[in-house]
Design a protein around this ligand. Structure first.
Ligand SMILES: Nc1nc2c(ncn2[C@@H]2O[C@H](COP(=O)(O)OP(=O)(O)OP(=O)(O)O)[C@@H](O)[C@H]2O)c(=O)[nH]1
Ligand SMILES: *[C@@H]1O[C@H](CO)[C@@H](O)[C@H](O)[C@H]1NC(C)=O
Ligand SMILES: *[C@@H]1O[C@H](CO)[C@@H](O)[C@H](O)[C@H]1NC(C)=O
Ligand SMILES: [Mg+2]
Length: 425
């Protein structure tokens, strides 16, 4: 009996010992396997990480690798050809800023950005316009900031002020009404002068007679990337008359009767100046759904409210100087809508461009990142952004291009658009 008990406890001990040993071995095994796997994963990720971090070396060392093919979201690869890139010979052109003295800090910021990104290599003239004389501080600081010649001109009062035939009683009523309706700049008199000036008079300033092209610059804008080319040269060599970077819908409240005035102009002139076959009429008049997004703006006219954002504008002065543009402007001006409503130069330029030009004479500068509060555009081509030292995020919500309020996809479709969209639908 005794022996039997001893045997049993001994057996139990042995059994428990074995069990313990088994578990210990098992755990060690698991730890070992897990550790091995970790080691494997670590080296896997280390390798991945090493690859990723050296993946773009070739484009970083861009001076060693000029032949690199840039991926681009442009639809005209020739723009990035060597001949178009950085030929330093200047075109007949000026950088142009309408600006007030007190906007000096913003003017300097814009100048610094454009000089760094483009003009430091070219030294194009800067032309400044103002409805009052520029003060010496403004002249001194902007001249110091410019890499090219600077010149300053005073706008003649008759090109700036409200014409005497505007009904002052009606005008004051309208101002108050629009102010109450909280329409952007609805209560501002000077803003209206500015819009009318930019629509019908800037290109008639004597100081611009000596140029063919201008590049409009506003205070407090930013250019996100190095310019891969001289846009003026691109314009001339490709026979472009108007260039833009951002396009979007306009607030209808500012232009209730603009479109009917345009239609009246078309009838009055018997469509003689417009080539409905080849112009971009569809860009401003099509309402069809496009892609997944809807037009966010409701329009009560046949104008879909699309316009080029004119705070950025590179264009041929001869287009605006042309008889047909002047006729178009005078017709609009005679209705008083610049004052009785608040017609902006953006819809006015855009409608004129879409009617009077061939759509292939308009260029979307796809590669030029640009920001004017509150919107910007950033090239989506990854390698191009590296190459052109872009400081922007194409996936950021501020990037307007694929936003519902942008008209860019309409431009691709109804303007001189993306090739595959024009031909595959
Ligand atoms: N000389 C002068 N320039 C003006 C006047 N009003 C506007 N400008 C300029 O005209 C351009 C457009 O005016 P902005 O005030 O920028 O108008 P906006 O771009 O529609 O609106 P924000 O930039 O959002 O204020 C800018 O270059 C201004 O400096 C003015 O009364 N006199
Ligand atoms: C000016 O507008 C007011 C208000 O609409 C109107 O009563 C007046 O007759 C107009 N004057 C002229 C000369 O048209
Ligand atoms: C530049 O363009 C203007 C306006 O078209 C013209 O008068 C002038 O002669 C041109 N200058 C040069 C150097 O071609
Ligand atoms: Mg502005």
């Amino acid at each position: 009996m005794q022996i039997y008990k001893v045997f049993l406890t001994q057996f139990n001990k042995l059994f428990l010992g074995c069990l313990l040993l088994y578990f210990v071995v098992q755990i060690c095994w698991l730890v070992l396997v897990y550790h091995q796997r970790q080691l494997g994963l670590d080296s896997y990720f280390r390798e991945r990480s090493r690859k990723a971090s050296s993946r773009y070396d070739s484009s970083r060392k861009r001076s060693l690798n000029r032949m690199l093919k840039l991926s681009s979201n442009t639809y005209n690869d020739e723009l990035l050809d060597e001949t178009m890139v950085k030929t330093l010979e200047r075109e007949n052109a000026t950088l142009l800023m309408l600006v007030r003295n007190w906007e000096l800090p913003g003017a300097l910021r814009s100048m610094r950005s454009l000089e760094d990104r483009f003009n430091k290599d070219f030294h194009y003239d800067w032309t400044f316009l103002n409805d009052v004389p520029f003060d010496s501080e403004f002249i001194e600081a902007t001249t110091a900031m410019a890499s090219g010649k600077t010149q300053y001109a005073l706008i003649p009062a008759e090109d700036w002020n409200r014409p005497s035939w505007i009904n002052e009683t009606l005008f004051e009523e309208v101002l108050q009404l629009m102010e109450e309706k909280n329409i952007l700049y609805g209560g501002s008199k000077s803003y209206r002068n500015m819009c009318r000036f930019n629509s019908g008079f800037f290109f008639r300033q004597k100081i611009l007679d000596q140029y063919d092209y201008y590049f409009r610059v506003e205070p407090d804008v930013e250019y996100f990337c190095d310019f891969p080319y001289d846009p003026f040269k691109v314009m001339r060599l490709n026979n472009k008359k108007y260039g833009f970077t951002i396009t979007m819908y306009e607030y209808e409240d500012t232009i209730p009767s603009l479109w009917e005035t345009v239609e009246e102009y078309l009838e009055d002139t018997d469509y003689q100046d417009v080539d409905m076959e080849n112009n971009a009429y569809g860009f401003v008049s099509n309402f069809d759904f496009f892609g997944k997004s809807f037009a966010v703006m409701d329009s009560s006219s046949d104008y879909n409210l699309c316009h080029f954002w004119t705070n950025f504008e590179i264009a041929d002065l001869n287009f605006f100087r042309s008889e047909r543009y002047i006729k178009f402007f005078e017709h609009l001006d005679s209705k008083g809508g610049f004052y009785y409503e608040r017609w902006g130069d953006a819809p006015v330029h855009s409608i004129a461009v879409s009617l009077l030009l061939n759509k292939d004479e308009v260029i979307h500068f796809d590669e030029l990142g640009y920001k004017h509060m509150p919107f910007g555009t950033c090239p989506s081509a990854y390698y191009m952004k590296l190459q052109e030292r872009c400081l922007c995020d194409s996936n950021h919500p501020d990037n307007i291009d694929l936003n519902v309020i942008s008209c860019l996809r309409r431009w691709w479709k109804d303007g001189s658009g993306k090739y595959f969209l024009k031909h595959d639908s």
